[in-house]
Design a protein around this ligand. Structure first.
Ligand SMILES: Cc1cc2nc3c(=O)[nH]c(=O)nc-3n(C[C@H](O)[C@H](O)[C@H](O)COP(=O)(O)OP(=O)(O)OC[C@H]3O[C@@H](n4cnc5c(N)ncnc54)[C@H](O)[C@@H]3O)c2cc1C
Length: 394
């Protein structure tokens, strides 16, 4: 049976690689509208990966994916910039108590997680101040840190290298064609099954199966194909700024402080992000440096002396593909044979890519999930009111 994959981001790469690994022998055609793999959200992301999640499906996907990133070099003979930097979530009192409740479940999954007291935070992030003046707290609407969650297995990686590596490995196994600069206009569906694809240039091809790994653009493609899915694009911005002049800062973990401001070291600078709360959905990716200056750096300044010197070096906007419950949609579309969705990762697609791609490949080649049961992520959950309520979001 012929299969087409739309989208050559990290998700399309993972599905392709795992289809080959699970023994899919027929030709796989991957269609990508841009000129290189991983050029869209994948290359614009922060490259962080954590196994600290509250729902079992995210826990399973991330735990397995982190294991795969750690051993990627041995598995593939390729490097993906893997760095076992860990994640440090600084927590207010109520968050600290909530996390205490997750520790037994995490232990069952083998997640290396530990709550540390406030006075130990500066062992990880030099000079970080757990409490600040009452006036500042009121002004910025922040609270003292009760402590922090330390996730030792969490990591950073280069998602574009990982995407390229998975495609290269898949190509080595043979039977893959990567069609770059080729935009799919719509999926041709008839009689309750996939029949083929129509390209933007009018060309038509036949296929029995189509995997939609088109990230933020999945909703647009499917709408043109007569299929409705709840995905919206939401802009997220990242800033690289100077490191604060503090010894030891070059070794900090991915650190999350007040209001979800997060940062880690990348190539000798600090990569900083924060999800803008009132960001309207849309495809616009214009970066707003003012947002860093007014809504991110002030939180850094009050917690870490010296971060007032962290001026912007570069900045960009990218897109999250967001679903109503901020979790991916994975599985065969009900009522359309051969239409597989793996999209809507809502800001955590890189860190779930290896395990999610493998599970979907199993569903396609073997007819069922083998490693991780992803049926809770089926699109059916929105109609059935079975949303996945993830509480650890940044
Ligand atoms: C600022 C920012 C920070 C992030 N930080 C993290 C993080 O730290 N950790 C993490 O796990 N995730 C993070 N994410 C999310 C992560 O980037 C995504 O979840 C992940 O890249 C999704 O991969 P994808 O392959 O689904 O999408 P994409 O990388 O967008 O790939 C989809 C591909 O499909 C192609 N395409 C679309 N429509 C068509 C069509 N009709 N025909 C042909 N090709 C088509 C696109 O050109 C694109 O290349 C972040 C995202 C942003 C924007």
């Amino acid at each position: 049976m012929s299969i087409a994959i739309v989208g050559a981001g990290i998700i399309g790469a993972s599905v392709t690689y795992h289809l080959k690994k699970t023994g899919y022998n027929d030709e796989i055609d991957v269609y990508e509208k841009l000129d290189a793999p991983g050029e869209a959200s994948t290359s614009l992301c922060a490259g962080g990966a954590r196994n600290l999640w509250s729902t079992s499906v995210n826990l399973a996907l991330a735990t397995e994916s982190l294991r795969r990133f750690a051993s990627f070099k041995e598995e593939t003979g390729r490097t993906i910039g893997y760095e076992n930097i860990g994640y440090l979530f600084c927590l207010y009192e109520e968050e600290y108590k909530q996390i205490e409740g997750f520790l037994p479940e995490w232990k069952k999954y083998g997640v290396n997680a530990e709550l540390i007291p406030a006075e130990r935070i500066s062992d990880f992030v030099p000079k970080l101040i757990p409490d600040v003046d009452d006036e500042v707290k009121e002004l910025l609407n922040i609270k003292p840190f009760r402590g922090a969650l330390w996730g030792k297995d969490c990591c950073a990686l280069n998602p574009t290298s990982c995407t390229t590596a998975m495609f290269d490995c898949a190509k080595e196994m043979g039977g893959i064609e990567l069609h770059l600069g080729t935009e799919v206009e719509k999926i041709i569906i008839g009689g309750g099954k996939v029949k083929g694809l129509e390209m933007k240039n009018g060309e038509k091809i036949n296929c029995d199966r189509c995997v939609v790994a088109a990230g933020t653009w999945s909703g647009v493609l499917l709408e043109k194909s007569g299929v409705d899915i709840p995905i919206v694009p939401i802009k997220r911005m990242l800033f690289t700024v100077y490191l604060p002049p503090e010894l030891g800062f070059e070794h900090i973990p991915m650190t999350i402080i007040d209001r979800g401001v997060y940062f880690r070291v990348e190539a000798g600078n600090l990569l900083v992000g924060r999800a803008k709360e009132d960001q309207e959905p849309g495809f616009d990716t214009t970066v707003e440096n003012k947002y860093y200056v007014d809504e991110m750096n002030p939180y850094m300044q009050v917690r870490i002396p010296g971060t007032e010197y962290c001026r912007i070096l570069s900045s960009w906007g990218g897109l999250y593909a967001v679903t109503p419950d901020n979790n991916a949609i994975i599985g065969e579309y009900p009522g359309i044979d051969g239409l597989y969705l793996i999209t809507g990762f809502s800001g955590h697609g890189v860190m779930e890519a290896p395990a999610a791609g493998r599970a979907l490949a199993e569903l396609i080649t073997e007819g069922e999930y083998k490693t991780i049961d992803l049926s809770p992520l089926s699109i059916k959950r929105f109609k059935e009111g079975k949303l996945i309520k993830e509480t650890i979001v940044i």
